[in-house]
Write a protein that binds this ligand. Structure first.
Ligand code: SIN
Length: 179
């Protein structure tokens, strides 16, 4: 449909949405997967001790599930401006094709932290990623809260994500053992 603005959320936008929308639908993007490979120095960590948050990584055989939001036409530009500020720690906002749960394919946009951005951390062992998440926090709160809320939200939507689930378990184990 013409002139609709759809935003795909796969990380904090799913559980800390913070904007008005007209419609929300389960959705996936083909050829991408969710990974805790982006460093966070302004939300869930600091420049000295960056946390880790999710980004989308290209992976031809996979697809990433999240939620798509149809933004009110009168407010879409303001909402995206506010989100551009919130996601300024390394995310671009490319256009991409979204597949709604209903099967409809639509044009949309999403935030992706590409490997070239200054906060990008990339792949590491799950144990090391979990350790970094367990002990990082920043102006928006603890990195542990970020992953546990994301994990809980994915479960609520029945979205299976082994990367997030394994890391959430490791973080719980690592933080219990330091109590
Ligand atoms: C998103 O939520 O879709 C982008 C990444 C994040 O802010 O966690």
């Amino acid at each position: 449909m013409k002139n609709e603005t759809w935003l795909f959320g796969y990380g904090s936008i799913m559980w800390k949405t913070g904007f008005n929308f007209e419609n929300r639908e389960l959705c996936h993007v083909k050829g991408w997967t969710r990974r805790f490979w982006q460093g966070s120095t302004d939300h869930r960590g600091t420049p000295e001790f960056p946390g880790r948050v999710v980004t989308l990584i290209e992976s031809a055989s996979e697809h990433c599930w999240g939620t798509a939001y149809r933004l009110p036409a009168s407010d879409a530009n303001n909402i995206l401006e506010d989100l551009d500020y919130r996601e300024k720690g390394g995310y671009d906002r490319p256009d991409l094709s979204l597949t709604l749960d209903s099967g409809r394919t639509i044009a949309g946009t999403t935030y992706i932290a590409q490997p070239r951005n200054h906060n990008y951390l990339g792949e590491s062992s799950l144990e090391d990623i979990a350790r970094q998440i367990s002990f990082s926090s920043g102006p928006s709160g603890s990195n542990k809260e970020y992953i546990l809320k994301l994990h809980q939200t994915l479960e609520q939507y029945d979205i299976q994500d082994d990367h997030v689930a394994t890391l959430a378990q490791l973080v719980l184990k690592q933080t219990e053992s330091t109590l």
